[in-house]
Design a protein around this ligand. Structure first.
Ligand SMILES: *Cc1c(COP(=O)(O)O)cnc(C)c1O
Length: 429
């Protein structure tokens, strides 16, 4: 199991990212700041490549879309799973070849389809199509460009992934994918459309899935569907895209092992002569990053204390959005043990939801100016940040061994208003 601490450990009483002291980064870049470990992205990618030999792993760009991270993963042989034209643009800058890009999402616009069909020399690998109207539009757009789009239909297998409802996507009532009957109808329609080449089935039933059983149930349903379709389609299907969603450890969860996962994939599909695609996001990026923030104030009450830090929900919204857990780790190790008191770690934003941790046993030694790190912040962290409360977004730093690089600079006050009318409104400072 990959642990939140694996690449962020104490050395001589100080928290390090690989071989760089977090306090050194804070001194140079300021706080709050995201810190990523390059090895921590590569380790789970390699583990997946070993667990499923021959599989194509398309990193879910939405989990962490920093260009340096994308470039790192591209160089390591990963592909990209995108959900917007903006993510496609990032893939271009990061150098991903089109044949390693798959396009997911329920709401692709004609412009996004066009950009994907004309990406690089031959366009992207495939579109995961989620409805019949999308199929019609994609055929029209492709035809108008003299092209044919490679398509996987996204199947909604009606399987409960047993995860947080906001990140469950494979239940019948979710907006994602096609359930069996509509999918069979769409497959039939796909064969009539001039701009469509139906070659695969895709699924993605949810995120942070810890148990193997929902995966097993979903894969069995995909397998039956492929066998059923191959009896009627003119050309047999060539690939399945099995989505992302493998869970990680934030607290003490024991996610499914990759050995189990690889074995399940093998059992489910090895006899069908299909190429296998996957869309891992959190599994690769989740434990590759931390969020470093500085304590501004301690507010004491009889029952608990508040540590008010300089990071906030606009920087890392997961606790506010999903009540998700992140370890809170003092950068100075000696602050970890002494005199624990129930503590809320909160930001300065004017919302009661602006907390990182509640009733956490933290040392009363922690005081103004001390640094704390929130672990497991590499996925759905920086990408979900906003400028709410007119707070410039935090920078991102990538560590490689004993070197670190600022891979996204801290936003400035000018950045806050860059896209707005300024001269015309007659304001003066
Ligand atoms: C979000 C998403 C993923 C990635 O999910 P993780 O839980 O981060 O692995 C993969 N595929 C699709 C279609 C998604 O929407």
């Amino acid at each position: 199991v990959i642990k939140p601490h694996d690449f962020f450990q104490y050395k001589n009483g100080e928290l390090f990212a690989e071989n760089v002291a977090c306090s050194e980064i804070a001194k140079e870049v300021g706080t709050p700041v995201y810190i990523y470990s390059s090895s921590a992205f590569l380790k789970p990618l390699r583990a997946l490549q070993v667990a499923v030999p021959g599989g194509s792993f398309c990193f879910a760009v939405k989990s962490n879309s920093n260009l340096a991270v994308l470039s790192l993963l591209n160089r390591a042989g990963a592909g990209a799973d995108i959900v917007s034209g903006g993510e496609l643009y990032r893939c271009k800058l990061a150098g991903f070849p089109g044949e390693r890009i798959v396009f997911s999402g329920v709401g692709k616009t004609a412009d996004e389809m066009k950009a994907a069909l004309t990406y690089g020399e031959n366009g992207i690998h495939s579109f995961n199509v989620e409805s019949e109207p999308e199929l019609e539009r994609l055929s029209d757009v492709a035809s108008s460009l003299g092209k044919v789009a490679t398509v996987a239909l996204r199947y909604n297998p009606d399987v409960d992934p047993e995860t947080h409802p906001y990140i469950s996507t494979g239940l019948r009532e979710d907006k994602f994918g096609l359930s069996l009957e509509p999918l069979l109808a769409a497959a039939k329609r796909a064969e009539e459309l001039p701009g469509i080449n139906l070659k695969g089935i895709s699924i993605h039933i949810g995120s942070q899935i810890l148990k193997i059983s929902p995966k097993r149930e979903a894969f069995e349903k995909v397998r039956s569907l492929v066998i059923q379709l191959n009896k009627t389609l003119k050309e047999p299907l060539e690939f399945v895209d099995l989505g992302g969603g493998v869970g990680i450890q934030y607290l003490e969860e024991t996610p499914m092992s990759l050995e189990e996962y690889g074995k399940l994939v093998h059992e489910s599909f090895s006899d069908l002569e299909l190429d296998l695609f996957f869309e891992p996001g959190r599994f690769i990026s989740g434990n590759a990053g931390i969020f470093l923030t500085e304590i501004q104030y301690r507010k004491s009450t009889p029952d608990k204390d508040f540590l008010v830090v300089d990071g906030a929900m606009n920087d890392l919204i997961r606790p506010a959005l999903y009540e998700s857990y992140h370890h809170v780790v003092p950068v100075t190790e000696s602050h970890q043990k002494a005199d624990l008191k129930p503590t809320d770690v909160v930001g300065p934003v004017c919302e009661s939801g602006d907390f990182f941790a509640q009733m956490r046993a933290l040392s009363t030694d922690l005081k103004q100016g001390d640094l704390v790190a929130l672990l497991s912040a590499g996925a759905y962290g920086a990408v979900m940040s906003s400028q709410y409360n007119s707070r410039p977004r935090a920078p991102e730093v990538l560590v490689e061994g004993d070197r670190f690089t600022v891979v996204r600079r801290r936003e400035t006050l000018e950045d806050l208003v860059e896209a707005e009318l300024k001269n015309e409104i007659g304001g003066h400072a």
